[in-house]
Design a protein around this ligand. Structure first.
Ligand code: CO
Length: 148
């Protein structure tokens, strides 16, 4: 009886930990993401959690990073519009519908996350992620693809 319960606990824990609808990406003090493309399957993940980890040491004020998702065509306009918004607004224009998902800006040693409503995106659509900290988007960006 006791071992059965133990087995059940192991299976249950394994089930909870197996989260395929989660993407992880790291950013560092060299102004870089550790991945240049991310992909999610719309059929298996109607929603996906994107976890951003800042593995550097510098504070958000000088080397802040966030993770922002837009259509690729909207990346530069949104990044430019967000430049003047300030750190407290995470360098993003407020209430901008072009921003499909975004985390707050974090500093070294911090972790943050956001949820992408994959079901609302277009399979095969042209999406990109980037960091909206002023001057970062030119380097800190990548493709985000939605497969079936
Ligand atoms: Co950045």
């Amino acid at each position: 009886m006791k071992s059965l319960l133990g087995l059940f606990m192991v299976l249950f824990a394994g089930n909870v930990m197996a989260n395929d609808c989660q993407l992880e990406i790291e950013a560092d003090d060299m102004m870089k993401f550790n991945q240049t493309s991310l992909s999610v399957s719309a059929a298996s993940c109607p929603k996906v959690t994107v976890v951003l980890k800042h593995v550097g040491k510098l504070p958000a004020a000088s080397m802040g990073h966030n993770w922002v998702l837009t259509k690729t065509a909207d990346l530069q306009p949104v990044a430019t519009a967000g430049m003047g918004a300030g750190l407290d607004k995470n360098y993003l224009p407020e209430g901008d519908a072009r921003v499909l998902a975004s985390t707050k800006v974090i500093g070294g040693g911090e972790t943050t996350e956001t949820t992408v409503d994959v079901a609302a995106l277009e399979v095969g659509g042209d999406y990109s992620f980037f960091c909206s900290f002023p001057g970062h988007w030119a380097i800190m960006k990548g493709g985000f693809s939605v497969t079936e």
